[in-house]
Design a protein around this ligand. Structure first.
Ligand SMILES: [Ca+2]
Length: 359
């Protein structure tokens, strides 16, 4: 069935796992809305757009407005705001000769033609590959709020970025972008208009959060008022049997203007994290009570009361839990890592297909 597009969808989609951004042919002026954060605050992915094309084909150009290559791996979902597209990827297709080798990349592209406006570039964490998996790039989906872009980088750092990058100068208190783009101990590089402008950053690996990353840092940051809500990404180490930072929170709340930690969960989830804490929080504005919904790395879903305003100089408060729901009541909750060998049994069953009954 062929459907004629009535207007452009200023939504980009990721074509295949690795390569191409495309958007649809424009036959009427722009009318669709921005998508500044992943699924809006409630994470509802239903679009209210109408008259969208039912099919597209990057090979033939059917309903494709433009396409540009990403890196070789891209796990981030694109968001769109103010004529700009933001998507994370790796550096296997370098856009700037100053940055070569494996890097975390957040691209800011022009919505009209996909051209590069600026990019956030950060080196990989060194040492254990499980801290920052090779070639994974920046996996988080960015969130745009006004003229600020919030994203979690591959080094488990929260970034507040200027939506206009370095084009309008180096804004905010953070002035060391040249050091940020190289490994510690290396000579800083000069920033150009192709570089991101960091307003502030918060390293979740250090106090007061002290999380331990596993595989790849990921969160789609939720913005509500002056607060950012995000999962920390705390997880197991490379043995998949040990939690190095059992006291680290799983859910945190940060002041979007300053990067100051405002609140954290106090559920003692740490030792019970099965793998890592990759689920992004969502906001419910239901009839009962405004609350944050969060899927913990222990297989339990929580509802938290939104925090009260934090007076100056006060330390981070603990989030008040309203309810919880055990999503898998038959699974072990206190010592999940003793069951990690079950993964190998499952894999064997998958390989043997119908010949081995799996339980
Ligand atoms: Ca700027």
């Amino acid at each position: 069935m062929k459907i004629e597009p009535k207007h452009v969808i200023p939504t980009v989609i990721r074509y295949t796992f690795s390569a191409i951004i495309c958007s649809f042919t424009m036959t009427l002026p722009l009318s669709a809305k921005d998508q500044p954060q992943w699924g809006q605050q409630c994470r509802n992915m239903v679009s209210f757009e109408t008259n969208i094309p039912a099919s597209f084909n990057p090979e033939t150009g059917l309903n494709i407005k433009w396409q540009v290559p990403l890196g070789t791996q891209s796990y981030s979902t694109p968001v769109i705001s103010n004529g700009k597209i933001f998507i994370g990827t790796n550096n296997d297709k370098p856009r700037d000769p100053r940055h070569k080798g494996d890097r975390g990349i957040l691209l800011c592209l022009d919505e009209t033609d996909g051209s590069l406006l600026w990019q956030l570039v950060t080196p990989k964490l060194q040492g254990d590959a499980y801290l920052d998996w090779p070639k994974a790039g920046i996996c988080s989906s960015a969130t745009v709020d006004g003229d600020r872009v919030y994203v979690v980088g591959n080094r488990a750092e929260i970034f507040c970025l200027d939506i206009n990058g370095q084009y309008n100068g180096n804004d905010g208190p953070f002035k060391t972008e040249g050091e940020m783009m190289v490994l510690p101990g290396n000579e800083p590089i000069e920033t150009t208009k192709l570089d991101a402008d960091v307003i502030w950053s918060l390293d979740m690996k250090t106090a007061p959060i002290n999380m331990y990353p596993h595989d790849s840092a990921h969160s789609s940051i939720l913005v509500d008022g002056d607060l950012l809500y995000l999962n920390t990404g705390n997880g197991v180490d490379n043995t998949h049997k040990k939690i190095r930072r059992p006291d680290a929170p799983s859910l945190i709340v940060v002041d979007k203007n300053t990067g100051k930690l405002v609140a954290k969960d106090d559920e003692r989830i740490g030792l019970k994290i099965v793998h890592s804490t990759w689920a992004s929080p969502s906001l419910s504005n239901g009839n009962v009570q405004k609350q944050i919904i969060f899927g913990g790395g222990n297989g339990i879903c929580y509802g938290f009361q939104v925090p009260s305003p934090l007076p100056q100089k006060q330390s981070a408060q603990n989030l008040k839990r309203l309810w919880y729901f055990n999503c898998d009541i038959n699974a072990p909750k206190d010592d999940p890592h003793n069951y990690m060998r079950n993964r190998k049994v499952s894999a064997l069953c998958a390989r043997m297909g119908e010949t081995i009954p799996c339980h």
